[in-house]
Design a protein around this ligand. Structure first.
Ligand code: ZN
Length: 470
């Protein structure tokens, strides 16, 4: 950094003063000047104009507004476990300024009508900015979804082994012919195609043979099955291998979901595809870096993945194989998941992450695993670029939206459900202590979270269309 941009004449609405401002390339002590929701200057103290409001960020780090690109806010259809207000409130509390929401809703946004219904339903509800995936199920509707503003097309190339996750099975595209047609259609739009890969017949047959039919279904059995590559394992990696080939043939921009959840060898497949010139990106699930075996045993069906091979995944982050970080937010209710202690294959598994993701990443910064510049890249600039929202979003620079996550790297917290805004009634991170906390979440110049207190209002968060929007 180091370049200063003086605001033009007159006062500004907001100055974030005395903080350390971060970009992927470095950091600098600069005051950030904001007018009408945009960044209008990066100045030293002497050149800072008078402001209607000043946030003193002395001792704090100013990051670009951080993104969460893997949210299941359950609206419309399953608002008993989350909705767009509770989900984006959790995000705001967790330092997130921009969310991308997934598609396993009821009705699922796989047609123009259901996409527009979803968009209208959630418009009055979000506290932070957001974009929406369109549901990839019918190749013929993809163009209309792109025109309607989908930020990408999400494909569930999977079915649950026992179909107990019906809104995923309904969306399942396991036929590779249809998958190929979806890739052709998405390639025509220029959008990303984000895929949960699987080989669900493999997964079903082997998981039934060695676990379900063998009477081995407890949470402990599930944990063993997961580490051995049954559910969320080898089938996902094999599905990924086929998918990268079809991506190469069709030229689609592919985005790989659930890196880390898949076995470490899946990272090699992404690495190989990148070397082959496939237009491919991937998001690394941070539970597979941070969730200890002991914590996973403690929360049982409240977490479906954990860090059994974290070094391979850190390597994939360091060498750029993984382009961005996520802390998947896929809540269910306690009533839904509790039977999973006895039969983990018969309940929908998920994890909470909207509020916990960034504190966990900041804790890793304090442990020396990555730097704040890496966070600016992996959780803001990289997703903003890949999803077509850069330079309006993703970086602290003049002209960009005034989205900031201001963090106190000294502050400590212990996650407990009483502090959580999710409706699900649990946090997968219950009892875990971290150092490094977001203390202000600022969206287009407005503070939506101030030291843990929610100050934003539902409906403020704005929909941002993808690059195919008409
Ligand atoms: Zn998901």
């Amino acid at each position: 950094m180091g370049t200063k941009d003086q605001p033009d004449q007159g006062h500004v609405d907001l100055v974030i003063a005395n903080g350390t401002v971060h970009t992927p390339e470095g950091s600098a002590r600069l005051n950030v000047c904001v007018r009408e929701g945009r960044i209008v200057g990066l100045t030293d103290a002497a050149a800072t104009p008078p402001a209607a409001k000043v946030i003193d960020a002395k001792g704090l780090d100013v990051l670009p507004g951080l993104w969460h690109v893997h949210c299941h806010f359950r609206e419309p259809g399953h608002t008993y476990k989350e909705d767009f207000t509770s989900g984006t409130t959790a995000a705001a509390a967790g330092g997130i300024t921009f969310c991308i929401d997934m598609t396993n809703n009821d009705p699922h946004p796989t047609t123009l009508e259901s996409f527009e219904l979803k968009r209208a339903t959630i418009a009055p509800k979000a506290l932070v900015d957001y974009a929406l995936y369109g549901g990839g199920l019918y190749p013929k509707t993809v163009a209309a979804l792109a025109k309607a503003g989908a930020v990408g097309i999400k494909v569930f190339n999977t079915r649950h082994v026992k179909e107990v996750y019906p809104y995923i099975s309904e969306l399942g595209v396991v036929d590779h012919g249809i998958l190929h047609e979806l890739y052709e259609a998405v390639a025509d739009t220029g959008l990303l195609c984000a895929v949960h890969h699987d080989d669900s017949e493999w997964c079903k047959r082997l998981t039934f043979r060695d676990y379900i039919n063998a009477g081995r279904t407890t949470n402990r059995d599930y944990m063993e099955a997961y580490e051995r590559g049954y559910m969320y394992g080898h089938g996902m990696a094999a599905g990924l291998a086929a998918s990268t080939y079809y991506a190469r043939v069709t030229g689609v921009r592919l985005h790989v979901l659930h890196m880390g959840v898949m076995p470490p060898a899946a990272n090699e497949l992404v690495r190989f595809a990148k070397r082959q010139g496939v237009d491919i990106s991937g998001e690394m699930e941070t539970a597979t870096l941070f969730m200890t075996r002991a914590q996973a045993e403690k929360v049982g069906p409240g977490a479906y993945s954990w860090a059994y091979a974290p070094e391979a995944h850190w390597e994939a982050i360091r060498d750029g194989t993984a382009d961005m970080l996520v802390g998947e937010h896929a809540p269910h209710t306690l009533e839904e998941i509790t039977p999973g202690w006895q039969d983990a294959f018969s309940v929908p598994l998920g994890i909470t992450g909207a509020q916990e993701f960034i504190p966990l990443v900041l804790n890793a910064v304090n442990e020396g695993k990555l730097g704040l510049g890496d966070v600016a890249k992996l959780c803001a600039e990289a997703p903003a670029r890949r999803f077509g929202q850069y330079p309006r979003k993703g970086r602290i620079q003049v002209g960009a939206d005034a989205d900031f996550t201001i963090v106190d790297m000294q502050a400590r917290q212990t996650f407990t459900v009483a502090d959580m805004h999710t409706k699900s009634g649990y946090t997968a991170w219950e009892g875990i202590s971290t150092q490094g906390m977001p203390v202000y979440t600022i969206v287009r110049g407005a503070t939506v979270m101030d030291h843990g207190k929610i100050t934003g209002t539902p409906g403020y968060g704005r929909f941002h269309p993808g690059i195919g929007a008409a």
